[in-house]
Structures are given as structure tokens and as C-alpha cells.
Design a protein around this ligand. Structure first.
Ligand code: SF4
Length: 336
């Protein structure tokens, strides 16, 4: 482990000031950062402990939505009664992730900034463009079972590992960030980035900024929603594929759909054109299957992960069944 200095900030401006040092990193829950330091992947020269910053609140806002502080723990958010009743999709997604112990210390801001779980990223003996730009990508022709089928580049095929962020993307949340220039708001789907030729940059957060919170819009799609997570173990495993689905229905007619995918791309994945095409349609097996096909139309599989294309389509269909309570005929049933 490399040597680093440690400082504790009591307010946002002090945190930003301390973070200006070369190679400084904010420390909150530490559930990812400490692992990265232990593995030699992250080598900060200064840790700025921000746990005393007043950013743990979960409060209604003037627009009818909710503001959640960046230092609210995942457990505090998931079990907040207002979140459970108004934004159950968010609670479900958070509780599908990690373990109870990790959720008790992991923060909202840290969850958004967690790095990929690509095996090669954590193995400093292998090439990885995300860890060391220009070194190559070990996963491209290696073991890539957990890797991206959508939005990847020739430089990186890693996926974003969060469950919480998939729900936030479906809910059209926004991210509040602060710098010496004041605060700005980043729409959630503009926060994370696709890898392109700069896979070492995960988000559009600037170096001189800190996340202060997220804002949930008034509409939480509480009536019809589902979070479907497909993984290798029943708990404490990252998603091979996940689907956060929020629906508005008038009987069997689809008024609105939001669908975000996890485990398949470098960021939570949405296709707003496919969503828009569903409006006004009758919710039935054929409609959902067409939508699922549209969601994976641009997917590209590799030898290790091509199975995720069909898995994603089926997980989407499962999510529609769960969210609507309407039984959709299975593919096998249709074929018989
Ligand atoms: Fe690194 Fe991305 Fe390749 Fe994984 S997929 S080895 S994170 S460049």
C-alpha cells in the first residue's frame, strides 16, 4: 500500500480546498475506495474524509420530489418510509445490491462513483486502459463473461456495477454537485459516461467538484415498477443483467414506460426512442417482446458474454410482468 496523508473536512468548502492537493480522494463509506487502495489500483496521496459534512438528509423538496444527501447511507435511503412508499423502485434496487453490512456504510455519492468490477481492472499485473490509459484491455479477448454488450468501445468493455444507479436512471433523477463556482445540476443520464477512447474517466464530475446530493422528481412510479436482477448468486453478487422498469398504465394501455438496464454497459442504459414507441400501445406479450428486442438491437456479444443479449431481453419481459401484474405468455408457450 502506498503512503498517504489523511485530513478531515467539516464543511464543503474545506473539503474542496483539501481536495485540490495532487492525487487527493474523498473518503466517505470507503467500501470501494479502500479495496482499490489495498489492491494498488488507486494510489491517492491524500484522503479527505468527508463523513462529517452535513449531507445525510432525506427530505421532501419544493417541487414535490425528494432531495437525498450524498452521504445518506444506502440502508437509510432504502428503508426510509417515504422512499419505500413513493419510490419503491429505488428501495428494491438498493436492497438487491451488496450486503446489509456494506449498505449500512456505503453512501449514495460513493455508490454513484464506484468503479467497475472488471477482474483485469483490479489485477495490476494485466493491461487495462481504465487503470492505466494506453496499456490495452485484458478483457477484450480474455474472460469477459461479466462485460458490456452495449455502448462498449475498442478500448474498454467494462460495465458499471451499481444497482441503485439503474433505478435512479429510470426515475430521471438528477445529481447536485458543488464547486467553488457554486452548485450545478447534472441529469442522471448525463452523469456517467460511455468508455469511448477515455475509459479511465467514468463520470462527468469535474475534479474540482463534489457530489452533494441527488434529487428525485415528484413522480416515483410507485404503482407499477420492478427491479429484476439476474446474478450468479442469490445475494452479494453484481448483476449479470438488471432491469429497472417504471410504468404508467391505463388498464392495459401503456401511458409511459421508463426502462434502465444494468450490468450491460459502462453506464445505466436507456433507449428513449424505444420507450416512446411504446406509448399508447396495449401491454401484451408481442408488444413487450418487440420492445425487448429493440433494447438489445445494437448489442454486441463476445464469446464469453453473448448469452447476455437473450438474457437481457428475457429479464425485460420478466420486469414487465412483475411491474404490471399482467401475465405475458412465455416464448415457450408461444412456440407450442
Ligand atoms: Fe480495463 Fe475496461 Fe478492459 Fe476491463 S474492460 S480490462 S476495465 S479497459
Amino acid at each position: 500500500m502506498n503512503r498517504f496523508s489523511y485530513t478531515r473536512a467539516n464543511d464543503v468548502s474545506a473539503a474542496l480546498e483539501a481536495h485540490r492537493a495532487p492525487s487527493a480522494a474523498f473518503l466517505a463509506g470507503g467500501t470501494n475506495l479502500v479495496d482499490l487502495i489495498r489492491e494498488g489500483v488507486a494510489r491517492p496521496e491524500r484522503l479527505v474524509d468527508i463523513r462529517r459534512l452535513p449531507m445525510t438528509g432525506i427530505e421532501p423538496n419544493a417541487d414535490g420530489g425528494m432531495d437525498i444527501g450524498a452521504l445518506a447511507t444506502n440502508s437509510a435511503v432504502a428503508y426510509d418510509e417515504r422512499i419505500e412508499s413513493r419510490y419503491p423502485l429505488l428501495s428494491k434496487a438498493i436492497l438487491a445490491g451488496a450486503s446489509a453490512q456494506i449498505r449500512n456504510v456505503a453512501t449514495v455519492g460513493g455508490n454513484m462513483l464506484q468503479r467497475t468490477r472488471c477482474h483485469y481492472f483490479y489485477d495490476t499485473a494485466t493491461p487495462c486502459n481504465k487503470r492505466q490509459p494506453g496499456s490495452g484491455c485484458g478483457a477484450m479477448n480474455g474472460v469477459n463473461r461479466i462485460h458490456a454488450i452495449l455502448g462498449a468501445s475498442e478500448h474498454c468493455i467494462a460495465v458499471h456495477p451499481s444497482d441503485m444507479c439503474v433505478a435512479l436512471a429510470a426515475l430521471d433523477a438528477s445529481v447536485r454537485v458543488a464547486s467553488d463556482d457554486g452548485e450545478r445540476v447534472i441529469p442522471f443520464d448525463a452523469f456517467h459516461r460511455l468508455p469511448g477512447d477515455t475509459p479511465h474517466i467514468d463520470t462527468n464530475l469535474r475534479d474540482d467538484e463534489i457530489i452533494v446530493g441527488i434529487t428525485l422528481p415528484a413522480d416515483g412510479f410507485a404503482q407499477h415498477n420492478a427491479y429484476v436482477k439476474v446474478r450468479d448468486r442469490a445475494s452479494y453478487a453484481f448483476a449479470l443483467v438488471s432491469v429497472a422498469l417504471a410504468l404508467k398504465l391505463d388498464g392495459n394501455r401503456i401511458e409511459e414506460v421508463r426502462c434502465a438496464l444494468g450490468g450491460v454497459a459502462h453506464m445505466p442504459w436507456r433507449n428513449r426512442d424505444a420507450e416512446a414507441a411504446l406509448r399508447g400501445k396495449t401491454l401484451d406479450a408481442a408488444t413487450v417482446r418487440d420492445f425487448a428486442s429493440a433494447m438489445v438491437r445494437d448489442a454486441r456479444g463476445r464469446p464469453g458474454n453473448a448469452f447476455k443479449i437473450e438474457l437481457t431481453a428475457r429479464a425485460i419481459e420478466r420486469a414487465f410482468e412483475q411491474a404490471s401484474g399482467i401475465s405475458l405468455a412465455s416464448r415457450e408457450d408461444d412456440a407450442s
